[in-house]
Design a protein around this ligand. Structure first.
Ligand SMILES: Nc1ncnc2c1ncn2[C@@H]1O[C@H](COP(=O)(O)OP(=O)(O)OP(=O)(O)O)[C@@H](O)[C@H]1O
Ligand SMILES: [Mg+2]
Length: 286
């Protein structure tokens, strides 16, 4: 049961949620849906990787189940965990009158299982978008676990058996490419490299997200941000920062971006002193 009918359908429905997707984003999202393959989105910070998953969820009326990855994330947080407290209570309550086998079967049953995001997403019968965010931050062992889940859409629980997805979720994995992901994981996914948008698209994004901004202002903001990205900065401004800048200028009642305003609000786009100094020099604001 595909969620999208054509590539244009993807673009239009994402746009209706405020997410403006270019050709490659719309095409890859369409294919991920059609082929029921996880979508791995890699790219610099703040280019719209996480937002894509959220937008797909809104556009398709699906629920977003999110697994935020971090160093040390383990199976108990990602997949499932037994509810120890409840198991203990059950065992204590039946200390005298039940046979051990019976108690054992009971405490390793459904009622004592705590779903974590991966299992929860697989078990849902309703449309689901599973966002596995910042997968490059998790340890390598986590990738092994993801492999099983993402290739067969199933989870084996030794005490319970194998749980297979009733309905495959639309899976989005994001990565900042802080490390190379395993070939095995990549092979199971469709790959999308997301980069900064064209100035034209970024202007549309700004106007969609900050409708109060004057067109001329949006254009100046985007032109300046594009110039900043061209400098060799430690941290180039992202789309999120372009949007914040436009919001700031609207809040300050500016409908034009002059040198003084740029200098006064540079902290919204560049969050590093060396970068700010470099920008002031390069844009001749000093
Ligand atoms: N194509 C787009 N259309 C509309 N808004 C966008 C688009 N891309 C990005 N944005 C805006 O940029 C913000 C940042 O995007 P997002 O949080 O998805 O970045 P990210 O790539 O996940 O960054 P990080 O790697 O830091 O997590 C979003 O909140 C959204 O408002
Ligand atoms: Mg993100």
């Amino acid at each position: 049961m595909a969620a999208f009918s054509t590539v244009d359908d993807v673009r239009e429905r994402l746009a209706a949620t405020g997410y403006l997707a270019g050709e490659s984003i719309a095409t890859t999202a369409f294919l991920a849906d059609r082929l029921e393959k996880p979508l791995l989105v890699e790219g610099p910070a703040g280019v719209g990787k996480t937002e894509l998953a959220k937008a797909v969820a809104v556009a398709t009326g699906a629920e977003l189940v999110r697994l935020q990855c971090y160093e040390g994330l383990d199976e108990a947080r990602a997949l499932y965990e037994w509810n120890y407290k409840k198991q203990l209570l059950r065992i204590q309550a039946s200390r005298d009158d039940s046979a051990w086998d019976q108690v054992h079967d009971d405490v390793f049953g459904e009622d004592f299982l705590l779903d974590r995001p991966l299992l929860a997403a697989i078990r849902r019968a309703e449309p689901t978008v599973l966002l596995i965010d910042e997968v490059d931050k998790a340890d390598l062992e986590m990738e092994g676990l993801l492999l099983e889940v993402l290739s067969d859409f199933q989870v084996s629980i030794p005490e319970l058996g194998t749980i297979t997805a009733v309905r495959r979720p639309f899976v989005v994995l994001t990565s900042n490419a802080s490390r190379e992901l395993s070939e095995a994981l990549k092979r199971r996914c469709l790959y999308l490299h997301m980069d900064y948008p064209t100035p034209q698209r970024e202007r549309e994004i700004v106007l969609a997200r900050v409708p109060q901004a004057a067109e001329r202002l949006a254009e100046q903001v985007v032109r300046t941000v594009t110039a900043l990205r061209g400098l060799e900065l430690r941290k180039a401004p992202s789309i999120a920062e372009t949007i914040d800048w436009a919001r700031t200028l609207v809040a300050l009642d500016r409908d034009e971006l002059d040198s003084e305003t740029v200098r006064g609000t540079l902290g919204v786009v560049l969050k590093n002193v060396a970068d700010q100094e470099r920008a002031v020099e390069a844009l001749s604001l000093g």
